[in-house]
Each structure stands twice: as C-alpha cells, then as structure tokens.
Ligand binder design. Structure first.
Ligand code: FES
Ligand SMILES: [Fe+2]
Length: 464
C-alpha cells in the first residue's frame, strides 16, 4: 500500500501552538456532519487541552518502588469495577475480585443489597474463597479453616466452641465491609472506607452514557489474558490509534486512525473517537464509494445509487444485527453502529458504547512486570428482556493468542488483539533496556497517556 499514502510523514506546521496541529483529512466531527443523522450529544463534544511535551520516565513502569507506591496510594484509594450485577443476581450469589494483594467478596444479601467484604477471616485471616471464584446461593459465609460463620450482611452468625472466645463481642466481630456501589450494571468497590461517593468519582461518565445504558447489556464473551509487561504500558497500548499504521496495517483502508479525536473530559474520564472511514485521507488515490464499499466486505456493484459506502454499510449492519441480536437498532446513528468509541475511566477500565465493537477492558497489575487484561463483550439485551447467563471466563496465558479461542474468533477481533498484545513482550524488554530512560509522546494522539500519568501523580501525592 506504500504507493497509496501521501501525507503521513508531512512535517509539522511550526506556526501552530503546541497541541494545535491535527492530521489533514476529515475529523470525526466532519464525519458526523456528513452522516446526516442524529448522533447522541456526547459524540458531538470535543475537549482537548495541551498538557505539555515533557518526556515521561520509564521508571514509572519498571521501578518496583514506584509500583509499591501505586499499590499504597492509588489502588487503595480508587473506585474500580469488580464484577457485573449479573454475576450476583440472586441472594447469596458471590464473586471474588482480586487486585494486587487485596481480595474482595462481592455478595448479594437477603435484603437484595450488594455488599463488598474483605476476603479474610476475622479469626486467623483465612480467605473464604479463592482468587476469582464465583458461586450461587450462599445462605451464610463459613470459613473453611475452623468453621466460624457470618450472615450475608457481614454480621457474626456462629463461633464453634464459643466457650473459648468469651472476649469476642459479636457486634465488633463482623466482616470488614468496604464501599460498594453500581453504575451501568457494573459493581464497583473502593478499598478506602472514607471514599468519596461513586457518583462523584464517575464525573461526566453517567451523563455521556445516558443514551447508552450498559445495564441493558449482557456478557456474551469474557476473557482474562496474562500480558507480559507493566499494567500501565499494556493499557496505554489501547488508549491511542496512532499504532494502527504499523501494528494493524490491514485496517488502514477502513480506519481513520490519524484523524481520531482525543478528549480529556475530566480528571477520571477520557475518550478516543475513531471513525470507520469513508476513504482514508492518507491514500493518494481517491477511491470511489463503490470501492470503499468493497473495503467493508461488500460487493461494490451493489452499492445503492447516490449512497455513501458508510451509510450503506451502517444500514446493512442495522438490519443484520437487529435480527441477530433480536433487538431493534433502527434508532442507532451511523456513528454508534460503525465507529470505535472508547471511554477510559481512571485508573484501569475502558468502555466502548458502540454496537459493533461493544468492548469492555480492565487491566490489573500482577506485580510490576505482568498484568491481567479482562475483555468483555457486552451485547444489547434482546427486546424480550430475557437476560442470557453471563459467559464464563476463558483464561489465556501469555503465549496463548486470542485466535486460539473459538468464541473470540467469531467476533472478528481476535487477530487485531493478537497484534496488539504481541507488541508487549518487546516493548517491555525495550523499556527495561532503554538507556534513554524516557518516552516521548505525541502532543495530541498520545495525550490520554500523559493525562493518565498526571492523574496518577495526583493520587500518589495523596489526592484523587
Ligand atoms: S481462620 Fe477462619 S475460622 Fe479460623
Ligand atoms: Fe490496536
């Protein structure tokens, strides 16, 4: 394709202020205007700010002391989604969420309230459940070591050989409860007993997702893959589209990669907005709409007269996916159907509100040099309202590709994710071997990474 591109190596315009330069070609806002439909207001918002151009030290990724500081000052203080409400639909259903050295039991009580307790027995510290365990219908929580038990609301139920514990006061011997709340069908926890409310922490996210109720989705696929690098390095590989050029070259004909919009909405919420393109502006050749239609996998000759490839492709998807998912998608704009729209919630979660790419990501550290990447596919609930059971977790080790999973291959995304994750072994090795010791970011396309580090610093200084 090298003869098809013309302007990706164009030099920067020195007359512009830092951060003001943009790639030539239509922006996502231009594309929304061309779509001639009514996208949600959230997609029409643009909010970038220049945050500086200083290099970022690689020790923030590789240094053990920095990692310990994150554990102490950030992971102990931040809201993080632990599971979905559909994992704990009935009384006594539970789900174990693990983060660094902490483990939390999410459980639904007899009063239907979902609570979170530290997964550690008040007697001698035994865990009630193993890492990542989930199950149904517990009537109480019984420690497997000596058999002490607690009610689902965390209050003490029973102590074997009670005669030996006259010093225990029942009301002071409950399970350690931590803040727990829900948004969008996700159950969030915070290890800080004095945490600010989740509603405040989420900032603009609920407002933006008002038209994309994630609670009306179900988990059709859930994977957990171990990645070979620091959690921030791996996560940041998913916060920009700059890498599409070299990492996903086959996507260049349909991705508006360098024209992606990046937004910093509030300290905890950022976004990228990448069009499925009607003509990548970096190609010298101006393709006809019929040719563009063929890039989307259709017969170019079948493009209706006078219609753009983007419109026709969206129409086909609306019709086919409405049938496939048994849900009426006729009210969805072209952008919601086609584009890659990714919101990041500090510190470690990404939510894609679109229909074709309904991804959810979560990155959790496993020490300084490994992490686990959860991917969920959240499909719209069928119009019948009947909620399918959440897909079970499928686990992948470092050397197991997404293409080895039959379930993931059906999504059409496994090859792309393998390309992303195959970068990490060498990036991690290169970060550790670097003599320069810093990374240098683009002012616009990599601003979410810079912003993330700024917010992380706020936590490390004791704020949030
Ligand atoms: S450690 Fe739990 S009952 Fe003894
Ligand atoms: Fe990628």
């Amino acid at each position: 394709m090298s003869n098809e591109r013309f302007d990706i190596y164009a030099t920067s315009d020195q007359s512009l202020a830092p951060g003001d330069a943009r790639c030539p070609g239509p922006s996502p806002q231009d594309m929304l205007n061309r779509d001639m439909d009514t996208p949600p207001d959230a997609l029409k918002q643009v909010k970038y700010e220049y945050l500086g151009s200083d290099d970022i030290p690689l020790s923030r990724y590789t240094d053990e002391a920095f990692y310990r500081s994150e554990v102490e000052h950030m992971w102990q203080k931040t809201w993080q989604w632990a599971c979905r409400e559909e994992h704990v639909t009935d009384v006594g259903d539970y789900y174990v969420y693990d983060i660094c050295d902490d483990s939390v039991i999410i459980i639904r009580g007899e009063d239907n309230q979902i609570r979170a307790f530290i997964n550690s027995c008040p007697h001698r510290g035994m865990q009630f459940f193993g890492a990542g365990e989930q199950g149904q219908g517990k009537q109480f929580l019984r420690c497997p070591f000596h058999g002490m038990s607690w009610h689902l609301d965390g209050s003490l139920r029973d102590i074997p050989c009670r005669w030996d514990f006259p010093h225990i006061e029942d009301e002071k011997f409950g399970l350690t409860e931590i803040p727990c709340d829900s948004w969008g069908g996700f159950v969030f926890i915070n290890l800080d007993p004095d945490a600010t409310p989740l509603g405040d922490y989420l900032q603009v996210l609920p407002e933006h997702f008002a038209e994309w109720p994630l609670e009306n989705r179900f988990i059709s696929l859930h994977t957990q893959k171990i990645l070979p690098g620091n959690w921030k390095m791996c996560m940041e590989g998913f916060l920009e589209a700059f890498h599409v050029l070299a990492t996903h070259p086959e996507a260049l004909r349909t991705s508006s990669w360098a024209n992606t919009q990046y937004d910093i909405f509030s300290p905890h919420v950022t976004r990228f907005f990448q069009n499925l393109s009607s003509g990548n502006p970096h190609f010298e050749k101006r393709y006809s709409e019929a040719e563009l239609f063929s890039f989307f996998g259709h017969d170019g000759k079948t493009l209706p007269e006078g219609m753009t490839a983007r419109q026709a492709h969206a129409d086909i998807l609306r019709e086919n996916m409405s049938k496939e998912l048994a849900v009426d998608l006729s009210g969805h704009s072209n952008s919601e159907m086609l584009d890659s729209i990714e919101y990041h919630l500090f510190p470690n979660a990404c939510f894609f509100p679109g229909v074709v790419i309904p991804l959810i990501y979560r990155f959790r550290p496993l020490g300084v040099d490994r992490c686990v990447h959860d991917i969920m596919l959240l499909q719209p609930l069928p119009d019948s309202g009947i909620r399918p059971k959440p897909a079970p977790v499928e686990k992948l080790e470092i050397d197991e590709p997404y293409t080895s999973l039959a379930s993931f291959n059906q999504t059409g995304l496994s090859h792309v994710l393998d390309q992303d994750t195959e970068n990490f072994t060498r990036q991690w090795a290169g970060m550790k071997a670097s003599k320069k010791g810093h990374q240098t970011l683009g002012n616009y396309q990599e601003v979410r990474i810079r912003h993330f580090h700024d917010v992380l610093d706020t936590f490390l200084r004791g704020g949030e």
